[in-house]
Design a protein around this ligand. Structure first.
Ligand code: ZN
Length: 585
């Protein structure tokens, strides 16, 4: 069966829904977000989470293979850490714990070296940055699993890794090679050690992967803060933010992971470093120099290459956190684009995540390069989906307002209220929230605020409370409705009407004279791989559900997130045109 976000199979039938359930509390993937109300996604997001869990239960993720470190022996801790993070994230988001999760964690200590971590002992004269990168995921995974399970031992193991592998690095990040002459521009889908040792660092083709250790350091800092650990994060953060990522052609994923963790750390430490403007400037640079036109990524800054769902996930989580901190709706709009146009397109029918290419610089079409990526993206993709499930609601106690920044079928449990959300978002334009108050409980819920993407014309926005129009204004990208005092139940209905539009490329290296075609923020492409030499928007005829007939020959444009990946497209690499030369009117 081929699923799209609207939850229909390609024969038009409605896919069976699993019953959603409530949990008492959920940790947010971003780690430091404001406490979310208990929530559980249903519908298409839950379908995608389920597919991801299924892919991560296949034999290549058997813990015997993972613990034997046979998948990526040159990246000690990498696969183990990513899998613990992915399985823990899926368990938190769905309530369905992957059956081998506890055994994977329990089996780890038998694989540690005498100093309590994986791989060879740290050599401060030849620091293996791939080992640090792998332990970024492993330390974060152990901390997250410890928090999820209540088992203190994984936190103790992570603490020893901090002591033995991380803290001795103090002074080393300041001399991490970050100029073009010091790096190697080769590299494939799997990063490799180049054989070069500069300034005491043994370098990888994944330029900047040493900064992925920040994933572990910042996660550990939440559970085990110390002055020494803060000093190391400060040093690594200052070194990263002083890097010209374009000149050095840094790996996009490593850079996005670093920026996201530094942003979380800034929030955690009261913004005392003043890093926010630099992180915002970094994201703008990424958007202009390494983000593809479907909001995915090039693998390295300045090198048009293949996309990587690992980077897509971190760009999604980074933009979401930037919105939380700055309140700027543009970041939330980008998070939607990244989630649907890039991650939604990157997930395959079997639940894994694959890499695509724009056929080189200036290409008009995306074609599939790797069907899915067992050693990294399949696992990181799960964290992205779980992040979206956690991002559906944000309760702001001081305002008495429940903010809904990201729509999905499902339930939301707010103190005093049970809320049910129904929507076919983003293909259908209506979002409905039904609320029922718990008998006898005090309600602090005064209002519900709902996101309106900038691509939906304001004059077509309709908000109704219990069937009556709500007079509302757009405030920082949200409309809100106040609940009547003493209300026992309510139905809130938001109707949007995405506009069909063309958009100029945002990446400065994309060829000129082309546009993307969008239904709201959803990017459209040719689902049959055919190429249009030119396009006029006035020729497009709406077919419903975001699909448009191009002309009289039966050619159709449809949203990328609805593209029908299947076994056939795996055998014949998938191709879809997404950049269109503009025809003269
Ligand atoms: Zn990856």
């Amino acid at each position: 069966m081929i699923l799209g976000p609207s939850g229909r199979d390609r024969t038009g039938g409605r896919v069976h829904r699993r019953p959603a359930s409530l949990i008492a509390g959920i940790l947010c993937i971003a780690g430091l977000a404001a406490p979310a109300p208990a929530l559980r996604a249903g519908g298409d997001l839950d379908d995608r989470l389920g597919l991801s869990a299924t892919r991560l239960s296949q034999p290549d993720y058997d813990i015997g293979t993972i613990l034997a470190d046979k998948v990526e022996p040159n990246w000690p801790g990498d696969v183990q850490g990513r899998l613990i993070l992915a399985w823990t994230s899926l368990a938190e988001a769905t309530g369905r714990e992957p059956p081998q999760l506890a055994a994977l964690v329990a089996g780890l200590p038998a694989t540690f070296n005498g100093r309590g971590y994986l791989g060879p002992p740290l050599d401060l004269h030849a620091i293996d940055e791939q080992q640090l990168s792998g332990h970024g995921w492993l330390i974060a995974g152990l901390c997250r699993y410890g928090e999820y399970s209540g088992d203190r031992r994984p936190l103790d193991w992570a603490g020893r890794m901090i002591q033995e592998l991380a803290l001795p690095l103090r002074g080393s990040y300041a001399r991490y090679p970050r100029t073009p002459d010091e790096r190697n521009r080769a590299g494939g889908a799997v990063g490799q050690l180049t054989g070069r040792i500069n300034n005491g660092w043994r370098l990888s083709t994944d330029v900047g992967c040493a900064y992925i250790l920040l994933e572990g350091l910042v996660t550990a800092y939440q559970a085990m803060p110390s002055r020494e650990l803060a000093g190391l994060i400060d040093e690594a953060g200052e070194a990263f933010l002083a890097t010209d990522v374009v000149a050095v052609q840094a790996q996009a994923h490593a850079s996005l992971c670093a920026a996201r963790n530094l942003l979380l750390y800034e929030r955690l430490t009261g913004f005392r470093h003043g890093w926010l403007p630099k992180i915002e400037a970094f994201y703008q640079l990424y958007r202009e120099r390494a983000m593809t036109e479907n909001e995915a990524n090039w693998n390295w800054f300045g090198r048009p290459s293949w996309t990587e769902p690992c980077a897509i996930v971190d760009s999604f989580l980074l933009t979401f956190e930037l919105w939380r901190i700055t309140g700027q709706a543009a970041y939330l709009g980008d998070a939607h684009r990244i989630f649907y146009n890039a991650l939604g397109f990157g997930q395959k029918t079997d639940g894994g995540f694959g890499c695509d290419a724009f056929n080189g610089d200036g290409g008009l079409a995306i074609s599939n390069r790797h069907w899915n990526v067992p050693w990294c993206c399949n696992m990181r993709g799960a964290c992205g989906l779980a992040g979206a499930a956690c991002a559906r609601a944000e309760w702001r106690e001081g305002e008495g307002t429940l903010f809904l920044p990201f729509y999905s079928d499902g339930k939301l449990s707010q103190p005093g209220w049970n809320l049910v959300e129904r929507t076919g978002w983003p293909i259908d334009e209506t979002v409905e929230i039904r609320g029922r108050r718990h008998p006898g409980e005090t309600s602090r819920l005064k209002a519900v605020a709902m996101f309106v993407p900038a691509e939906c014309p304001w004059q077509a926005v309709r908000l109704e409370l219990d069937g009556r129009p709500v007079l509302c204004e757009l405030k920082n990208g949200f409309v809100s409705a106040s609940l009547p005092d003493g209300a026992e139940e309510f139905t809130l209905r938001l109707s949007l009407q995405p506009a069909l539009r063309t958009e100029a490329p945002h990446n400065l290296a994309t060829r000129t004279g082309v546009v993307t075609v969008r239904y709201g923020f959803l990017i459209l492409g040719t689902p049959d791989g055919r190429t249009l030499p030119s396009l006029r928007v006035r020729d497009l005829q709406p077919l419903g559900e975001g699909r448009f007939r191009v002309g009289s020959d039966g050619m159709v444009l449809s949203p990328l997130c609805e593209m029908p990946f299947s076994a056939a497209t795996k055998a014949a690499p998938w191709r879809t045109q997404v950049l269109f030369p503009v025809a003269s009117e």
